[in-house]
Design a protein around this ligand. Structure first.
Ligand code: ADP
Length: 428
């Protein structure tokens, strides 16, 4: 309660006392003078005194009510402007008075902390001691405060809260209110975690062949030094491990190069048909080794806007996977054609179908993640890096295309590349 309001109550009380005193004197004089019988004088005095006491009680009650309603009164009276500004800010924002009571909050803040209510202390809704302390420090010391906190339920989320003291008069000793903004750090943290995971995975993938190489070198220097047969065998394994490391580094570099260029869309018209034929020719030896026949069917020419080498990379990965993982089916069918996307936009569609063991549905959504394999040992024995389909996905993203995968255990797998055709690409 302010001093001014205190004084009003004091005046009321003093006035009340004066009225009671004056009534006592007047009624006593009337009774003594004989103008009023004693009983009437008493009665009259009692009525006036009671009225005065009631008046004082009423003033006190009114003041108390005023005091209770004060936080709402502040925001309703003076701070329609403050509320309008807070409502118009793009981040979750809460304005608080110096005692930590909510003066205004916007929809985004309400979505973040639904228990927040205008007029109520923030501590009712957000039980975070470090935040409450930061608000009190900002309000008392007038200095900006930052608090990073995390929520575990219902999901892991991280926030940074900035508490800014605001003064209406720059020379004022204390701020009039504080503004609290929330920044969602969750996406940043996730990217950081992914990067850390990626480095850990890449190092692990490189360390395995490296450990094999070092082991064989040691054996060749020691026990197998004079064993010509063992040397031949070990050198062949070492060569394969060395190649695996080279492939891995090559794939990692390609991925980062494609990511760097992700925003630049290729703009050269390229015919897909010769690319696919070239890739199939290049994989002829592998196909023969695995006893697989490759059939190409469909259009004689199909142009897209693309990067020639990246498109080669896509089909190399898909056809090689079909030959490696689907060899049991002895046949791979490649279909080149045009079709339309789900929203009716014309596109080039190339599908690579094998008749191998297929892929269980739970793996399908994760196949294009870096280093994800259905069977790690099989991938390694096939010389896989676990990056092939991740590369395909990134290249297609850059080309504004997409990859769809259809498969069921025992029924083979179909990987379909969708790319905007030249006319469509130029329109967009
Ligand atoms: P990798 O280098 O291991 O081949 P990819 O990213 O190319 O990596 O493929 C990821 C995984 O997807 C493979 O390890 C394999 O388990 C599965 N896979 C890919 N193509 C096929 C296919 N045609 N049939 C069955 N499984 C496949």
């Amino acid at each position: 309660m302010s001093l001014v309001e205190d004084r009003a109550l004091l005046t009321a009380m003093r006035g009340g006392r004066f009225v009671v005193l004056a009534a006592a004197v007047v009624f006593a004089a009337l009774a003594i003078g004989g103008a009023l019988p004693l009983a009437y004088a008493f009665g009259g005095f009692a009525i006036v005194a009671a009225a005065a006491v009631l008046a004082v009680i009423a003033v006190r009650a009114a003041k108390e009510e005023d005091r209770l309603a004060q936080p709402v009164a502040i925001s309703e009276r003076g701070d329609g402007f403050l509320r309008a500004v807070v409502a118009g800010l793009p981040d979750p924002v809460v304005a608080l008075d110096r005692d930590g009571r909510v003066l205004a909050l916007n929809e985004r803040a309400r979505a973040l902390a639904p228990a927040l209510r205008q007029g109520e202390p923030l501590a009712f809704a957000l039980r975070m001691p470090e935040l409450i302390e930061a608000i009190s420090r900002a309000a008392n010391q007038g200095e900006e405060q930052r608090v990073v906190y995390s929520e575990r339920v219902p999901l892991d989320r991280w926030f940074e809260t900035i508490v800014m003291p605001v003064k209406r008069e720059p020379t004022a000793a204390k701020p009039d209110f504080v503004l609290m903004t929330f920044h969602d750090l969750t996406p940043l943290r996730r990217v950081e975690e992914m990067r850390a995971d990626f480095v850990a995975n890449a190092s692990h993938e490189l360390r395995t062949p490296l450990a094999a190489l070092l082991g064989f070198i040691e054996t060749l220097q020691g026990s197998a030094r004079d064993d010509a047969k063992a040397r031949q065998r070990f050198l062949a394994i070492m060569q394969e491990q060395g190649r695996r490391m080279a492939r891995l580094i090559d794939d990692l570099l390609s991925l980062s190069r494609i990511e760097l260029n992700a925003h630049r869309r290729p703009d050269t018209p390229v015919d897909l048909v010769p690319i696919i034929r070239q890739v199939v020719d290049g994989l002829e030896t592998l196909a023969r080794d695995r006893g697989v026949t490759v059939n190409i069917d469909g259009a004689n020419a199909l142009s897209v806007l693309g990067d020639h080498d990246e498109l080669v990379r896509i089909f190399e990965n898909l056809i090689e996977n079909a030959l490696k993982y689907g060899a049991a089916g002895r046949r791979v069918d490649i279909k080149i054609g045009s079709g339309a996307s789900a929203d009716g936009v014309p596109e080039a569609q190339v599908s690579v179908r094998d008749y191998g063991p297929g892929i269980a549905p739970e793996h399908l959504p994760r196949l294009t993640e870096r280093f994800y394999r259905v069977d790690v040992t099989e991938s390694r024995t096939q010389g896989g890096t676990g990056l092939g389909l991740a590369l395909v996905k990134h290249i297609l993203n850059r080309h504004r295309g997409r990859l769809t995968i259809d498969s069921a255990p025992g029924a083979g797998a179909t990987f379909t590349v969708h790319l905007p055709t030249v006319a469509t690409a130029q329109l967009r």
